[in-house]
Write a protein that binds this ligand. Structure first.
Ligand code: SF4
Length: 282
């Protein structure tokens, strides 16, 4: 009787190329998305290996990798991820001698579509489903698109709790949209936004995408730039909440033209003052 090869424990960082996902699916290996918290460990554990002024996603990768010690890690280090991941791959290779670290450069060009990005669904569930979909080479199920009332632009945040502030009819843009489309290196898609809906442009602190997020927020007629590190604090949450509520109120009052509720960086001082009047967000 033939023995089945033992299932491997595989870590992924970023979006692995489709060819690799197909292999993993055929082998039935267990996949851990190391970009997301997988273990209850203090993120300080990463500080011996990565500076504290490194993005919280990659510090989370190191914490997960040290704790889970997967058999193999696929880490995207190409333009679909970032240079910081390239350096993290070098460090993981040194500190985890029992784990095989394979660097990938995902430049897949086949569009899988973005039905989740435009579906009516709580934003936490939507982005969780998008990150899970990376582990499958199958086509996405069809979902009807809802009329959007807000936009979220950016990477899946380290702290998903900030997503709970958004309405279910939020449409998703930025790198998260590229993830669902299975084309993580897709500059045109990453820079796309809808100028007709109030949009939060989010980036992790210490990530190069902060520059793009702030630039696009300034070009958007009613955009808000936000960055945060490991967790989203009350002031960040209050700022997002105030922005979304203000936009909804102004739309309800018939002042829906973009110039009426344009909130560029210069207006954030006033917005912060408004935020301080709101009850704290827990
Ligand atoms: S948040 Fe930015 S720095 Fe961090 S892994 Fe993603 S692209 Fe790289």
């Amino acid at each position: 009787m033939e023995n089945c090869p033992p299932k491997k424990r595989i870590g992924i960082v970023g979006v692995p190329p489709l060819a690799i996902i197909r292999q993993l699916e055929m082998a039935g290996d267990t996949i851990f998305d190391l970009d997301e918290p997988q273990v209850k460990q203090d993120i300080e554990l990463a500080s011996s290996y990565l500076p504290r002024v490194y993005c919280a996603i990659l510090r989370t990768v190191v914490v997960n990798a040290l704790s889970l010690k997967p058999d193999l890690i696929y880490i995207d280090v190409g333009p679909g991820k970032c240079d910081c991941a390239l350096h993290t791959a070098t460090i993981l290779t040194d500190i985890l001698p029992q784990t095989t670290i394979i660097q990938t450069r995902n430049q897949d060009r086949t569009d899988f579509g973005t039905p989740l990005c435009t579906a009516l669904m709580p934003l936490v569930d939507k982005i969780s489903a998008i990150t899970r979909s990376v582990q499958s080479a199958r086509s996405h199920p069809e979902l009807p698109a809802c009329p959007p009332s807000a936009g979220f632009w950016g990477v899946p945040p380290r702290d998903f709790s900030l997503l709970s502030l958004f309405p279910d009819s939020t449409h998703v843009f930025g790198w998260t949209r590229c993830m669902e489309n299975k084309t993580p290196d897709n500059q045109a898609m990453e820079e796309l936004f809808n100028p007709h809906i109030p949009t939060v442009f989010f980036a992790q602190s210490f990530c190069a995408k902060t520059a793009l997020a702030r630039h696009l927020a300034n070009r958007h007629p009613h955009g808000l730039y936000v960055d945060c590190d490991v967790t989203a604090g009350n002031s960040t949450k209050a700022k997002i909440q105030a922005f979304l509520e203000l936009a909804a109120e102004q739309k309800g009052a018939g002042r829906g033209r973009p110039s009426d509720f344009c909130l560029l960086s210069g207006a954030l001082g006033a917005l912060s003052t408004l935020s301080s009047l709101l009850p704290p967000v827990v």
